[in-house]
Design a protein around this ligand. Structure first.
Ligand code: PLP
Length: 371
């Protein structure tokens, strides 16, 4: 299979770019000391996770139990399920652990800690710490932190450590702000672990991470593990945050020009292919539903998918940019690549990746969706 004969729309992965991204993150995290536990929710693809492991990744992070089951079946047996556990999901967790999977769960409430303890001894748990007010977790100085740690420890669960995700880093726009956020994520999570240890409860692991903070941290003293996910593909949001260039985005949607109308042209990738994610809407450079490249992957300056219907993408020049007649430059049948705002969301629209190898051939890698 060749690029020129692929049906469109297709989720195209540039393998050389993917490998560069994997190597960059591994170098960064290993250079600062901790282990890297890649978050596989972006790619949901065993072939990618195998490359992350080969590069030095230790264990994986998942966002659904479906991912945990699929990756365990594919030979990954050290898994952090990094979405708050609820009682109804504990039987599935126990079943996977009974099959030999080291599956660690996270929680940030007394109710969840009590449920874990009641589910039986030996379950491995991390307490989620709120280091940025972004989403979830217990504040490092909250009395609740020690109540939860004691409930787990005294109840027979294994408190593996504390973890946090500085999702607020996606709102940073300068390198200085990113460095400060990385330090905030690190220092607050380490402080939480220290409080638990001072109370006499073992708390060996300190797990932090998001792609922007992982790539911006100057040091990670006290951190034992970093989790990052979207770095494998990168996307326009990471570009807007300032941690990658357009040339570092490994995932694109291959599409075909299907018509011209007024000031725009139409392609066969609408929001069903790109996803509804408009993650760059608040950025200095809003890419609409995606930035447009030629079939070889070279970005075409000024060309964006400003609007999308289910199976139609509407591509036009940015306001004030004169790139010439779309019909003449991109006649019917022209093939283009569109870089996604949010790689996790765009990838989830597809059942498999078409992987462009260095020599120009295409290999198909399955991914999975659902829960
Ligand atoms: C708990 C947790 N850890 C790690 C990550 C990885 O973040 P990123 O995709 O920015 O690398 C996420 C992403 O949502 C997450 O929710």
């Amino acid at each position: 299979m060749k690029l020129a004969t692929l049906d469109t729309p297709a989720a195209l992965v540039d393998e050389a770019c993917l490998q560069r991204n994997i190597a960059r993150m591994q170098r960064q995290v290993s250079g600062l000391g901790p282990r890297l536990r890649p978050h596989v929710k972006t790619t949901k693809c065993v072939a990618v996770a195998e490359q992350q492991r080969a590069a030095g990744g230790t264990g994986i992070t998942v966002s659904t139990l479906r991912e945990a089951e699929a990756f365990f079946d594919a030979g990954f047996d050290d898994i952090l399920y990094a979405v708050g556990i609820v009682p109804a999901k504990l039987p599935a967790v126990k079943a996977l652990r009974a099959r030999g999977c080291r599956l660690i769960v996270i929680l940030d409430s007394l109710a969840a800690a009590q449920a874990v303890v009641q589910a039986g001894p030996g379950l491995e748990v991390m307490i989620e710490i709120d280091t940025d007010g972004h989403r979830a977790g217990i504040a490092p100085d909250a009395p609740l932190l020690l109540d939860v740690a004691r409930t787990l420890h005294n109840g027979g669960a294994v408190l593996v450590g504390v973890m946090t995700h500085a999702g607020a880093s996606y709102d940073c726009r300068t390198h200085e702000a990113l460095q400060a956020m990385a330090e905030q994520e690190r220092s607050r999570c380490v402080a939480a672990a220290e409080r638990i240890r001072t109370a006499g409860i073992p708390c060996p692991e300190v797990s932090v991470g998001s792609t922007p903070t992982a790539l911006s941290a100057r040091h990670l003293a006290g951190v034992t593990e970093v989790r990052a996910g979207v770095y494998a593909f990168n996307d326009l949001v990471m570009h807007g945050v300032g941690v990658c260039g357009l040339g570092d985005i490994a995932l694109s949607v291959l599409t075909t020009v299907i018509g011209h109308h007024g000031t725009w042209m139409l392609v066969d990738a609408g929001w069903m292919a790109m996803s509804r994610d408009r993650g760059t809407a608040g950025h200095a450079l809003d890419f609409g539903y995606g930035a447009v490249c030629d079939e070889a992957g070279q970005p075409i300056e000024g060309l964006v998918m400003g609007s999308a219907n289910q199976e139609h993408g509407l591509i036009s020049w940015r306001e004030g940019f004169d790139g010439g007649s779309l019909e003449r430059r991109f006649p019917l049948g022209t093939r283009l690549r569109v870089l996604p705002n949010h790689a996790c969301a765009t990838a989830a629209q597809f059942q498999h990746y078409e992987v462009l190898k260095a020599g120009g051939s295409i290999t198909r890698w399955p991914r999975f969706n659902g829960w």
